[in-house]
Design a protein around this ligand. Structure first.
Ligand SMILES: Cc1ncc(C[n+]2csc(CCOP(=O)(O)OP(=O)(O)O)c2C)c(N)n1
Ligand SMILES: [Mg+2]
Length: 600
């Protein structure tokens, strides 16, 4: 017996069939049919209302990153749909599956320059290049939903389902009839194991076995291959560096772990890339190519599940399409044990020197607080079961260089799109996925003003239902868009442009109190430990407002960083008081870096 239901109810059913129990979004009349179906569904799936559709989309991306599943977001037509774009691009550039369900004007008025009518197929064409489809008839709906989810999972990208207002309310027979022009589809997709051929594995092994100074660059693709990366690195006596996205997936306490590579990376990673003669890239598409070995310096092997990434960043010799874990498992028996060279000792010495340098950097007195110290001092206090979210700004540098994540602790941020706003939004998604685990979000004051302040309102609504209410937002209050100020100096040799860089003042801790949360303001090194202890021991969400020095330089690791010094100084000398304070801090950092290189 077939039963009639509305298309909107079927969409909700399909979400459940795809394992979706939570979606993020914002209301509007264009999506009201779907909202009605969510109401009738009684909370499964649950709609989490954000303050802005972009933030809802970022939450969906965060959900996908922390859980490994598909993030789902919904919005109304017109302005709501436009607001989604940035979050969807975050999903596209960091390769995570997201499905957006977007309202549209009724099919009867399309093409009429009707109110809020936007060509949504055109709008989403690039961001959802793998799949964007407007549902034009009731019987088409289940197929479009299934294809959107399957495509999002198979291509790890955002897919968009556009639901015109009238179609949402159309009746639909379930099951569909088996006839020409009607498709009966299934909500089904499973991940394959992809392993290269034995001959290709052998070619890769030959390159790696010939190396004397092997480096591994690993990215988010090693999420499920941490043991295999370690085994391969130990067999080859290699040093390991990670992309920013790869940071949580390799234990940085290992003596041969060089930390994050690139502009915001560690000096040990720069040393590793400069010195290696063989590079094995696994699950990384890291864009900082000027920090890779010079082409010709190192022979290269790359493993990636997405064959389009092979040879995309470095002229490798052997590119293997495959899952990281299975491919490394298959490669390991073909690898010769390390041949007694001093490379491993050299790597470990470089890592030790970096750790000393990082400690020295964080100890450099600044006015009033050194942000490096603020983030570094969190490492020892991070609960073993916590989750971390990170925003884009100078805090990303301090996260990359100073935060030691306990094994198994996930940390996520918008890496490739590098959009501001991922700190509090991803944090909310992480917390909703694991309400029994503490969450720490690291955010700059600019990102706070752009997104975080609004989404703290969402936190203030939700926190009482969390079994562990700890949601700690660190705000680095430096009064400016410091990362970009440093880029103005580094790239253009320009002084800080105050009109573009200075931020209006805002009482972050006081605002938290207004929302019924706790606020802690800290402006001296002596207050840091107590601030962390209070925040991580609190029985409600806390904003830790750390008043930090915007003049602490964002120096890229040497030797690349050394080439930027003249430009930094040129910019600083043109600033009021000749940039004296920042120049002093820069000189100190240069002195530390130079000493480290002398020791090596
Ligand atoms: C949406 C968006 N707009 C602009 C930028 C460029 N941008 C990158 S970092 C940054 C500064 C962030 O300022 P803040 O959050 O105060 O962090 P700070 O660097 O000062 O610690 C800006 C403007 C961006 N990445 N994303
Ligand atoms: Mg700032």
């Amino acid at each position: 017996m077939s039963e009639e239901q509305l298309v909107a109810d079927l969409v909700v059913q399909r979400l459940r069939a795809w394992g979706v129990h939570r979606l993020f979004g914002y209301s509007g009349d264009g999506i009201n049919g779907f909202m009605g179906a969510l109401r009738r569904a009684g909370g499964d799936p649950r709609l989490v209302q954000a303050r802005h559709e972009e933030n809802a989309a970022l939450m969906a991306v965060g959900h996908a990153k922390y859980t490994g599943g598909v993030g789902v977001v919904t919005s109304t037509q017109g302005p709501g749909a436009v607001h989604l774009l940035n979050g969807l691009y975050d999903a596209k550039l960091d390769h995570v599956p997201v499905v957006a369900i977007v309202g549209q004007q009724a099919t009867t008025v399309m093409g009429a320059e009707y109110m809020q009518e936007i060509d949504l197929q055109g709008l989403f064409k690039d961001v959802a290049a793998q799949f964007v489809q407007t549902v034009l008839s009731a019987q088409q709906a289940p197929m479009v939903l299934d294809r959107a989810f399957r495509t999002a999972l198979a291509t790890r990208s955002p897919c968009v389902v556009i639901l015109p207002h009238d179609v949402q309310q159309e009746p639909l027979a379930d099951p569909l009839p088996q006839e020409h022009g009607v498709l009966v589809t299934a909500s089904e997709w499973r991940r394959p194991h992809v392993v290269p051929t034995q001959a290709d594995l052998q070619e890769a092994a030959d390159v790696l076995n010939a190396g004397r100074r092997v480096a591994l660059l690993v990215g988010q693709g090693v999420r499920e291959a941490q043991g295999q990366v370690r085994a391969v690195a130990e067999r080859l006596g290699a040093g390991v560096t990670t992309s920013l996205l790869g940071k949580p997936w390799f234990d940085e306490s290992l003596p041969y772990s060089c930390g994050v590579m690139g502009h915001l990376g560690t000096t040990a990673s720069a040393w590793l890339m400069e010195q290696c003669d063989t590079l094995l890239i696994v699950g990384s598409n890291d864009p900082w190519t000027e920090f890779y070995p010079t082409p010709g310096q190192a022979r290269g092997v790359q493993v990636d599940l997405d064959g389009r990434h092979l040879g995309n960043r470095y002229p490798i010799e052997v590119g293997l399409t495959g899952d990281a874990a299975e491919t490394l498992d298959a490669l390991l028996p073909l690898l010769d044990p390390t041949h007694g060279s001093s490379w491993r000792e050299d790597v470990e010495a470089s890592v030790r020197r970096w750790h000393e340098l990082a400690q020295e950097r964080a100890s450099l007195p600044a006015d009033p607080l050194n942000p490096e110290l603020v983030v570094r001092s969190l490492s020892a206090r991070l609960p073993a079961d916590c989750q971390v979210s990170v925003d884009v700004g100078s805090v990303t540098y301090w996260y990359a260089r100073h935060l030691r994540l306990p094994p198994g602790v996930q940390a996520h941020l918008s890496s490739t799109l590098a959009t501001m706003g991922s700190g509090v939004t991803y944090g909310i998604a992480a917390k909703l996925a694991s309400p029994d685990r503490p969450l720490v979000a690291l955010v700059g004051d600019g990102a706070m003003q752009m997104v975080g302040i609004a989404e703290l309102i969402t936190v203030s609504r939700l926190w009482q239902e969390w079994s562990d209410p700890r949601f700690v937002v660190l705000v680095l209050h430096n009064g400016e868009l410091a990362e970009v100020t440093w880029e103005q100096r580094e790239m253009e040799g320009d002084p800080r442009f105050e009109d573009s860089q200075l931020l209006p003042d805002f009482p972050y801790a006081g605002y938290a109190e207004l929302l019924g949360l706790q606020g802690i303001r800290v402006d001296s090194p002596g207050g840091l430990e107590a601030a962390w202890d209070a925040a991580l021991g609190a029985s409600r969400p806390v904003v830790v407002e750390a008043v930090v020095d915007p003049d602490v330089p964002l120096l890229p690791p040497f030797p690349a960083g050394e080439q930027k010094l003249e430009s930094f100084r040129r910019g600083l000398r043109q600033e009021p008081d000749g940039g004296e304070h920042a120049l002093h801090l820069l000189d100190e950092q240069v002195r530390q870096e130079a000493r480290l290189r002398e020791d090596s």
